[in-house]
Design a protein around this ligand. Structure first.
Ligand code: AMP
Ligand code: MG
Length: 307
């Protein structure tokens, strides 16, 4: 055992991932976490040929694809979050997500027929998981699964599992806005959705918890004065328009928070709150006009910045 602070930063899962370890730990621990996250990236990626998700999508309407147990686990839970959010969190809305991802990239509006065509390709009931065979199957041609709304959460939970196995007591994980504080209390900044990336609007004090932020402020473009972005309302095929600019959730499972944060960006505060209360999850909501609301459990732990 040696070491006091060690930080590793690496790209995966479409974002920048940071692992910071404090105290005494075996030096190879961070490397093992990184390797695990890169393995998950290779299974979950939409863009890597041969990934489990690419194969499910390529074989949509044709035949079931055998998938790794990591993928099966995340697909299974993602469907459950889908049902729980009445389809607001929907991993089968991949065709619409892709349409708007391309629109954001090119800053060009998609056509109405394309939007409604992609919307009609979504459907939680069309993703068939077979536990005995370890396969996943999309019933209809052209359907697409997209784990972008949940993969970072699962990866962060897995990172913490490895850290704990190696007896790391204090650490901070940040996988592109999906944060877990292991051990002693730390101050976590919440992105100011009206400012450039890296500028915080507030801080929360967190100890042994996950903190996950989803925001429509992230990837988007303006067209005729209206902003369009990357979180899709599967019910309409259009970017979510719930009045929320960002949702930050505080709880125990990063995977659960990741899915729910994306889903609540679609559902809005009023419809999202009952889901959170039921599960003992705390939240910070930032609305389109900059109004900030927090749940009771964050009182005394939440501080707005003066800047
Ligand atoms: P997050 O940053 O966790 O909120 O995830 C956003 C990503 O999830 C998007 O870039 C899409 O890949 C995907 N996504 C967009 N809308 C939804 C939705 N309604 N349900 C599930 N995943 C979505
Ligand atoms: Mg998410």
């Amino acid at each position: 055992m040696r070491g006091k602070v060690l930080q590793k930063i690496f790209p995966a899962l479409g974002t920048v991932n940071t692992i910071a370890l404090y105290g005494s730990f075996a030096p190879e621990t961070a490397e093992q976490v990184k390797k695990r996250v890169l393995d998950l990236h290779r299974r979950f990626s939409l863009f890597e040929q041969g990934s489990d998700i690419s194969r499910i999508n390529e074989q949509a309407g044709i035949k079931p694809a055998p998938v790794h147990q990591d993928t099966f686990f995340v697909l299974f839970h993602a469907l459950a979050y889908g049902r729980e959010t009445q389809g607001a969190f929907d991993i089968t809305s991949g065709a619409a997500s892709r349409l708007w991802r391309d629109a954001v990239r090119s800053a060009k509006m998609p056509s109405e027929p394309d939007i409604s065509g992609c919307r009609s390709l979504g459907g939680l009931a069309d993703l068939i998981l077979d536990k005995a065979d370890g396969t996943a199957f999309l019933r209809r041609n052209g359907q697409q699964v997209d784990l972008g709304g949940i993969a970072k959460g699962y990866a962060a939970d897995e990172a913490v599992r490895i850290l704990k196995k190696h007896k790391v007591r204090n650490a901070l994980i940040n996988f592109g806005g999906t944060v877990i504080v292991v051990g002693r209390e730390q101050k976590i900044g919440i992105q100011n959705p009206f400012q450039k990336s890296g500028v915080s609007m507030a801080d929360i004090m967190v100890k042994n918890k996950a903190v996950v932020t989803s925001g429509s402020y992230e990837r988007g473009f303006f067209f005729e004065g209206v902003r369009y972005h990357h979180i899709i309302d599967p019910r309409t095929g259009w970017p979510a328009d719930s009045g929320l600019l960002s949702v930050t959730l505080v709880g125990d499972s990063a995977m659960e928070l990741d899915a729910l944060a994306t889903g609540i960006c679609v559902l809005g505060e009023k419809n999202g709150l009952p889901l959170l209360e039921k599960r003992g999850i705390e939240a910070v909501f930032i609305s389109n006009d900059g109004e900030v609301k927090i749940t009771h459990g964050l009182q005394g732990k939440f501080f707005l910045r003066s800047n």
